[in-house]
Design a protein around this ligand. Sequence first.
Ligand code: B12
Ligand code: SF4
Length: 474
Amino acid sequence: MKILLLQPYVQHEISHMCIKSIDKEKGFFPPLGLLYIATYLKKHTAHEVRVLDCNTEHIDVPRLETVLLEFQPDIVGVSTITHHLIDAYAAAAVIKKISTDIITVFGGAHASIYPITTVENSNIDYAIRGEGEIVFTELVRAIEQNKSLAEISAIPGIATKYLAKRGLKNGDIQRLFIDDLDSLPSPDRTLVPYKKYHNILSPNRYMTTMFTTRGCPYHCVFCNRMGRKVRSLSPGKVLSEIETLLKLGINEIFFKDDTFTIDQDRVKLICKGIIDRNYAFTWQVRTRADCFDFELLSLMKKAGCSRISFGIESGDPHILKMLRKELDFELARNVVQWCRQLGIQTLANYIIGCPGETKKEIHKTLLFAERLGTDYALFFILSLYPDTDLYRQAMASGLVPGDVWLDFAKNPTRAFIAPIWNENFSREELEEISKNIHKRFFIRPGLILREMKKIESPNEFIKKVRAAWNLWQA
Ligand code: B12
Ligand code: SF4
């Protein structure tokens, strides 16, 4: 059979939690979830598998129709987050317009929250809840073997119209996690034009993303992540994936794990491996500021780590407590200082518009950010994502009028506005505050001078000037 796995072209993202001027220049990351699934399928079956990232390849709906007519897939898997649902549904509609025989399967963060609601859409046959490598392969096998809808509906992790008609709810579908990550083949980046991916923070390099763990054990109330249980690739498997990437000419890796340094001993082994094997590339990680010691940081620097991104969230301890972030400010200050000493760049993410927050607390966050002195800082407006504790609190308190995300999942319209915690500020006020904070943080003579010194190429210079100009005009 022919299987197409696609990431739809995004034209109607429903909300931006960061100001658009920065968003515009940020670049694209490869569709890692689809690459994992495609590589697994190719290893375990003989089907013809293609991955299409419509965004980097500029394939809008009319062009998708042409691609579908040419490739003639039997099954199309679509990956989507809730925020891109309008475009994902448009892709499903065009697939079924070409032929109702093409089987459509949805997966990703959205289908994992709303599997039954997803299959209630007439253009979608199946939705997978959770990690898709094994279960999608099982589904493909079941389709190949002409299994009945009732038989397919008995496979854990799959939502079907059969189950929807029998009244099952979204939460009734089992959410699957893969325990042994080493059993998965490393995602084959050559299935997409991997040299086209770029990011404002690495404008002149061949970059890619990588995951060495899945899941996060912390309990931040605003977050929806890949499960609480942390599962890790062994250091050996991480190193062999890195080696493959280097052979492809990739020279920058963004480790996108929720908390890369959650197991410090494992990271030390990875760093020692990179150093011993003389792998030459730069890399950056996302993690918490309290999962470090100086020895680990020094080793990371020696192994090529160039930037660390932390979720600090707030400069006010009461707000942090309410967010259940449990972050030690003192440790965060130490880590940023160690990074400066070692020459590792730092990026801190903050959130404004939290429950109970007034201008006083926001000002405290800004002052904290300035004093902390990370190289970059982003101030996001708190968005109440579906399936998070904070969203449930907002519904229970009446701040959000009912389950607006579920309504959107059933009937996505462009008029939908993602809910925020608007107890003390309107959306417009928060957008204005966010703009002003970014301007104050970024448009400082000291920071501009420092940025100029870091520029390595004319291309990088143009991108940074353009982003700064957009920010100035915002
Ligand atoms: C990296 C990342 C980003 C990156 C890159 C996104 C990209 N396009 O690749 C950046 C920083 C750009 C980003 C931006 C945003 N992101 Co983001 N991001 C993530 C993150 C941390 C990891 C995603 C990832 O690559 N995972 C690794 C792969 C292996 O896992 P996966 O993609 O989930 O795929 C697995 C399964 O989902 C499933 N699967 C996936 N697709 C398919 C398809 C089929 C057919 C099947 C069967 C299965 C399947 O199988 C895969 C393998 O196991 C997740 C949080 C998390 N930890 O998951 C949030 C997350 C996906 N992002 C989220 C959001 C909301 C956004 C933004 C809208 C935020 C904003 N507006 O400010 C933007 C959208 C921008 C954009 N154009 O994509 C939400 C989505 C929530 C939801 N309800 O859908 C998440 C879950 C985080 C959260 N806060 O809750 N993001
Ligand atoms: S915000 Fe970060 S630390 Fe908190 S639960 Fe989510 S992934 Fe974990």
